[in-house]
Design a protein around this ligand. Sequence first.
Ligand SMILES: [Zn+2]
Length: 401
Amino acid sequence: MRTIVAFAVAFVCIGATSDTPHVVEAPGSGKLVFDTSTPAGFTDNLDEALAKAKQEGKLVYVCFSGSDWCGGCRELEREVFAQPEFVPAVEKDYVLVFIDSPSDKSVLTERAKKKNPKLVKEYGIDRYPAALILDGDGNMVRRTGYMAGYSGGGAVEYAKHLMELKKPATFAPYVLETPVLTKLVFDTSIAPDLRKWTEEKLAPLMSEWVVKLTDIMASDGWEPPKEILFQFVGKPLNNYGVAYSMGNRISLWDHWYRENLNGAALGTTIHELTHVFQNYWTMGGSMDYCPSWVSEGYADYIRCILFEPEADGCGIVRKNIENLHYNGSYRVTAHFFGFVESRYPGTMKKLNAAMRNHTFYDSKFWKEATGKTAEELEADWKSDVSGAAPTPKVEDFKVKR
Ligand SMILES: [Zn+2]
C-alpha cells in the first residue's frame, strides 16, 4: 500500500477531488496519512467487506469508479463520499467498498491492481460510476449508480437513497395467464431496464412455449406446473452460469441477459423452461434412470431442434460427428434425439415419460422404443448426418383436447 505520512494540516481535504489523495488521520497518531484513491470510510478489499457484512448483518455497498478520468465518479466522490455526514449516515447498515479503475494505477494497492479488473469483469461493469448492493454472500441484491437517488442532491439524499435500497425490492411482477393451466410470473425488480423486453419478448414467447411444451411433454398422470417464476438475479460471486432452474423457478442473470437480448437469451430460457417441465427429479432420482445427459440433451433438443431449427441442427456436421457419441449431452444428444424422432416418431414422448416415471434405462429403452440398440441408432445417425433427415416439428406433437 502506498502510504505517505503528511504532517501539514493544510492537506486536510474534506470534499477532496479525486485528483488529490485522500487524507485520513492515522489512528491514534494525530498524523495525517495520504492513502490510496480509496475514500475515507471505504475499503478496497471486497472479500474482507463481505466477511464483515456477514458477521455484522450488514449489506455491502460497492462503488465502481474511475477516479481520475470519470467526471460522474469525481462528482459522486466529492459531493457525497467526502462529505462528513455521509459515512456516519450509512455505516451502521453498509460496509463501503471502493473498486477503482484509474488511469494512474499507482494510486491502487497491490491487491487492488490485481483484483479490481477481475471484479469489473465479474460484475459486468460497463459504465461508471456503477454501484452494487451485495449481501454478505456476495449475491447482488440491487444495482444502482450515481444519478439514481442522487441527482445532485448531495450526501444526505444519497444516504437516503441507500436506506431505500436496503428495503427488499418492491416486487411488482408481470403476470401472464396462459391458455393452459400455467401462470407465469416475471420478476424484474433488480433489473427494471429489462422489464420492457420481458413484457414484449420474453413473456409472450414463454406463454406460447408453455402451451407447446404441455403438448410435447405430456405423459400419463403428469400435470403441467401451475405457476412458473422467472426471476432476474444478480450474478453470485464466482458463478459463471447464465441461467438455472430449480423446481418451478428460473433464475436469469441480469447482466448476461442484457448483453444477449438479441442473441441467445430466448433460446437459453427455452432450455430452462424445459427443465421445469421435465420435473424428472421429484420423488427422488438416480443417475441410473435420470442421467443428466438425457435431461440436458432433451432440453437442448427442445431448444435447437424444435425452437430454433434455423440454428443449423445444433452445429453438428459431418466434419465433427465422427468423434461424438449419442450420450455426449447438450447439443450432441439433442441432435441425436432429433434424428431418432425423425425416424421413429413418438420416441421422444416415450423418452420423456420414461424419465419422468423413472423407468428409463439406456440399455433397454432404445431397443424397446425403436427396435434398435443405442449403438445401432448411433451408427445410423452418423451415416445419416449429411443427409436431410426430416426434422420433427412442433405440430407433430399436437395433443387433441
Ligand atoms: Zn440445462
